[in-house]
Design a protein around this ligand. Structure first.
Ligand code: SF4
Ligand code: SF4
Length: 410
């Protein structure tokens, strides 16, 4: 138990289970309603209390505890639920221990009252937004099939008015994958996003899936914009994670870590699963009414789940030149067979390879700057100097095969 008490873990709590007020075409959660037939999909007070007490107890002696809410759509629980949760956790922490409250939401329910609450408790709010209206509304629709963009922008406006810290969670799919610059500039310039995550939609049987090649080009294009204008101003999760790997520190994202297994999911019933992407019977670890979170996270079965990420890599990954940055991606996306016939290759492999190779030189530079005690943003000057020498009709260095003047030179 002593080990468990000193090692932080991340847990996504789903107080409404998979229930959501939207009906996004690519949402992998909706089918999970079938896991709990007849449930009201609302976390009961005793579960809430047990969860928060156990979460805080498991982080005793550590400087920080993160309380993370996700769905479905967690705001369907109503504001009073979160007021009670915040009060419970703030009572339970030790003096001096920091609480980081986070919530992932589609933002359609947010108004000034929600925003004031988030501001008061220092919440970091993740807002799901897929780009300008046409790209967002392609899949993020209401139960009636109407686009949700206008409501999301209203909710986001309330957050911004109350100066709530927020980040954009943008899924990359067939409708926006070919428009990386437009998506990035929209998030940065129209929404004022300073933190962004780009999450690939991997559904091999569906047209809406992003391909590996598209995802790689998307990330490269965003990187070519960011490295020129926004280092130190805009934080793109994938770039931070890559820099950590180039710098030699453990990255903050399980997908590109060597092993995983310390990002679990808690259902509204108190059931704990290995990961939010594995909320299914075979990955149920137990219920917090019977075993504590600290015990569940250290179960040999869970440790094996995390190690399997590394131990089941196909030889193509084991010998790959960018394995140190990629680590084979998330096991849920390892649906391909390698040319040698081994299973377990990531759907996004082509894109990962292209992206990580493309950023190798600038990442080395940035890691070197950090080691020298200088800011990574110093790199932008070198890009500016090279761009000055570049002819307007020369090919864009992002590899799009378009002219500089009509691509990143705009
Ligand atoms: S299965 Fe994927 S999402 Fe889940 S913890 Fe492992 S890497 Fe992360
Ligand atoms: S780039 Fe491809 S081969 Fe290399 S580690 Fe990633 S998934 Fe494996």
């Amino acid at each position: 138990m002593a080990t468990a008490e000193l090692r932080p873990f991340h847990l996504l709590a789903k107080p409404t289970g998979a229930v959501c007020n939207l009906d996004c075409a690519y949402c992998f959660f909706l089918a999970k309603e079938e896991l709990y037939p007849g449930s009201d999909f609302r976390m009961a007070d005793d579960v809430l209390q047990a969860y928060l007490e156990q979460l805080v107890a498991a982080h005793r002696g550590l400087p920080e505890v993160t309380v993370a809410w996700q769905g479905g759509e967690p705001t369907l629980m109503g504001l009073d639920f979160f007021r009670r949760a915040a009060a419970l956790v703030e009572q339970a922490v030790e003096p001096g221990q920091q609480v980081l409250h986070t919530i992932q939401t589609n933002a359609t329910k947010l108004d000034p009252e929600w925003a004031a609450f988030f501001a008061e408790h220092g919440f970091l709010v993740g807002v799901s937004i897929d780009g300008p209206q046409a790209m967002h509304d392609a899949y993020r629709v209401t139960k009636g099939g109407r686009g949700s963009f206008a409501r999301v922008m209203q909710g986001l406006g309330a957050l911004r008015d109350a100066e709530v810290e927020w980040n954009a969670l943008t899924t990359v799919h067939a409708a926006n994958a070919e428009h990386p610059l437009e998506v990035y500039r929209f998030l940065r310039d129209d929404c004022g996003a300073q933190f962004m995550q780009f999450i690939p939609i991997v559904e091999p049987a569906e047209d809406r899936s992003v391909t590996g090649e598209q995802y790689g080009r998307f990330l490269i294009s965003v990187f070519e914009e960011w490295v020129r204008r926004d280092i130190g101003e805009v934080f793109v999760q994938m770039f931070d994670v890559a820099l950590a790997n180039w710098f030699g520190e453990p990255p903050s994202l399980c997908v590109h870590s060597e092993t995983c297994g310390r990002a679990l999911a808690l259902e509204h019933t108190g059931d704990v699963y290995s990961c939010d992407h594995y909320v299914e019977p075979g990955y149920l670890l137990g219920n917090i009414a019977e075993q504590s979170l600290a015990e569940l996270v250290e179960l040999p079965r869970q440790v094996a789940f995390g190690r399997a990420k590394r131990d089941t890599l196909p030889s193509q990954c084991v010998t790959c030149d960018v394995r140190f940055a990629c680590h084979g991606g998330c096991p849920k996306d390892r649906v391909l067979t390698t040319p040698a016939g081994e299973p377990g290759l990531n759907w996004l492999c082509d894109g990962y390879q292209a992206f990580f190779r493309h950023i190798d030189a600038p990442m080395r530079e940035m890691a070197g700057l950090l080691r020298a005690g200088r800011p990574p943003s110093d790199l932008s000057a070198a890009y500016a100097a090279a761009d000055l020498r570049r002819g307007r009709n020369e090919p864009c260095p992002c590899g799009s095969r378009r002219k500089w003047k009509t691509c990143h030179g705009t």
